[in-house]
Design a binder for this molecule. Structure first.
Ligand SMILES: [Zn+2]
Length: 127
């Protein structure tokens, strides 16, 4: 193991902000992975889709509409669900805004980019 594999800060996938969480590359990593890890100049890496505190607060306000596509956005992107790759863009819609009853346990929905555009979500964002 090289010296650099100590700790790095993890980054939030959703806002690209620093998460208050240190991560450690475990011993199970292959040499190739270790090298990639060491050579990554950035001190932060995205390790999971777990939102940071700030995004989590947003997420908790309603149902998340997560923009996603069928193919990885960047090489080696892990899927969030089977064959679903989030783009990082999301909107949170209040539960009351839906006319259909949404089960309590449902907290998110995937949405395709075209649909998000059709729904005017992109414009809403820039307001
Ligand atoms: Zn975040």
């Amino acid at each position: 193991m090289r010296d650099c594999d100590v700790v790095k800060m993890s980054k939030c996938f959703w806002c690209n902000g620093e998460k208050d969480e240190l991560i450690l590359l475990g011993n199970k990593a292959t040499r190739k992975e270790q090298n990639e890890w060491c050579d990554n100049k950035s001190m932060s890496v995205i390790v999971s889709y777990e939102p940071c505190e700030k995004c989590k607060e947003e997420f908790d306000k309603g149902i998340q509409l997560i923009e996603a596509q069928d193919d990885p956005v960047t090489p080696k992107q892990p899927e969030i669900s089977e064959g679903v790759y989030p783009t990082g863009r999301f909107w949170v819609i209040k539960r009351e805004a839906f006319t259909d009853d949404i089960p309590e346990e449902q907290t998110f929905m995937f949405i395709k980019e075209e649909t998000a555009k059709e729904m005017g979500l992109y414009e809403a964002e820039s307001v």
